[in-house]
Structure formats: structure tokens, C-alpha cells
Design a protein around this ligand. Sequence first.
Ligand SMILES: C[S@@+](CC[C@H](N)C(=O)[O-])C[C@H]1O[C@@H](n2cnc3c(N)ncnc32)[C@H](O)[C@@H]1O
Length: 284
Amino acid sequence: MTGALGAKTDEDSMADQAINQGAIRATMSPRIVEHPRDWQSHWSARLQVCGETEFMRQVERTYGGESADEEQLNLVLEAVIDGLTLSERDILLDVCCGNGLVTRRLSAICRRVVGVDYSAGLIEIAKRHHSAGNVAYLCGPADRIASEPWEGEAPTKTLMCDSLQHFDESGLRDFLLTMERLTGGNSPILFTGVPDASKMSAFYNTEERRADYERRKQNGTEAIGTWYGRELLIEVLGEFGYEPEFRKQDSRRFTAHYRFDVVARPIDDELPDKARPRRSRRGM
Ligand SMILES: C[S@@+](CC[C@H](N)C(=O)[O-])C[C@H]1O[C@@H](n2cnc3c(N)ncnc32)[C@H](O)[C@@H]1O
């Protein structure tokens, strides 16, 4: 691929670079890249390799194998509070809450928080170390959240913090169906730390890392999971009546070079309830 005069353009070089990156080469901006893996077993076994109070490591908030520091956690919290404009009026559903590290801190701002995660071990850690009077933790999968804990009140906002990578496209749809059941699709959802399908080469950025990627892909243990393209998210969220707002991560976050945040807002957010048309655009 060359420019008009036969010389290579920057774009050509980027394309060549992508092409030279083995399985990462398919297109410059793939719609989605899925790596099937048994994530539930992975997370169920997490506490076998982490101590009781190694909270950052338990939820894999690590950088170069080391636990992330408080500054990194604070940057995540700032992005969540800002992305969802959280206040003391909010009932927050924290889906995939892990050990409650983030959940507990957000409970200081919200009226109530319910954390849900399918790892029984991490939920037990959350209950032991990250409890508060206005926090409830439930063990179960994201696409089968019961409505009982809400005591008649639907969550006003939902967070999925650094976990969408564990959902393939069909899993994301199942989750959005659950949200439709729980909230009528009428409240915003923030997905933080979504792996960007157009930035795989920024993550797998050395020969060694690319070789490791190939190995792990073959044996079903790719490190990240699902890498999302913006187009796919626009399409799927749109089907469920949400409009995505893509947000760059603060450059101080160590994941900023290959992940983004996205707030899914109900499209007719500003309409009063009675004037609101049926939300889901699926099947249209
Ligand atoms: C990277 S950790 C993030 C934990 C927490 N949100 C945080 O930011 O610290 C991912 C979490 O997602 C949970 N998880 C993944 N898929 C899930 C699903 N389908 N249902 C419930 N929990 C899930 C895992 O058990 C794990 O605790």
C-alpha cells in the first residue's frame, strides 16, 4: 500500500505495522475481537493466588505484575463519579463489583449501592472488608440479577467497572436485556476500561508480547477477553435504546493507551416518564 506518488504514507506504515502483527492484523478497526475463555473459573480461582487483603491484585488491578497504587484507583473513581454524575440521590448498581474495592468507595457518595459478582470468593471478601450500611452484595451472574434487592426502587445508575472485556457480543446483549427488565432501560450505564479493538497493537506491542498472545489465543487463555470496536457498541447499544458517549481515559491511567470508557445514555433521557416511548429498538 503506497501513497499517490508511490511513497509510503503514515497511514500505509500503520497498516503495514498492523499486517505484521500476526493475528492482530485482520483490519485496522475491527468491529469486535472475541477470545472465548472460561472467565468464571478464572475468577473463582483468583483467591487461590492472592492473600486476604491483597485487594488490588484480587481484581487484577496490577501493572507489570505489581499492585496499582491509590492514585490509579482515585483516577478510576473520578472517571466513574464524573461519567455518571453520581450524587446522594442515586441508587447505584455496580455490576461485576469483584471484591467491592470500588463499590465501597462509591457508597460514600450514593444513597444506596448494590454490588453483584459471580465470584463467591470475591463477594465474601467484599462483605468482610468493604461493607457499609448502604451497601448490599449479591453473588450471581450479571445477566440474571434479581429485582428483589431493590425493594421497589430500580437503580438510577449502573456501573460496569473494567469488566466488559469478559462479555462477548451475545453476553453484552443478555446483560442489556437484564437492564431492560430491571430499569426499563431508562437509566445510564457506564462501562469503564473497555479494551479498544483498534488499539490491540498498542497493548501487544513487542515481539514477545505478540508471541505470548498467539500462544494464549491457541490455548484459550488470552489475557484480556473481548476487544470492542466503537461501531459495534454504537450498533448494539442503539438497538437497546442507548446512545454511547465515548470517553478517553485520563492519560495518567496506565490503561489509557488501549482502553476507553463509554457512557450509555437512554436516548430519550430528557423526556418525562409518561411521554417516553418503548425503549428497546431491537427488532426494528
Ligand atoms: C477486573 S474485575 C473488576 C472488579 C471491579 N469492578 C473493580 O473494578 O475493581 C472483573 C470482575 O468481573 C466479574 N465478572 C466477570 N463476568 C461476570 C459475569 N458475567 N457476571 C458477574 N460477574 C462477572 C469477575 O468475577 C470479576 O470480579
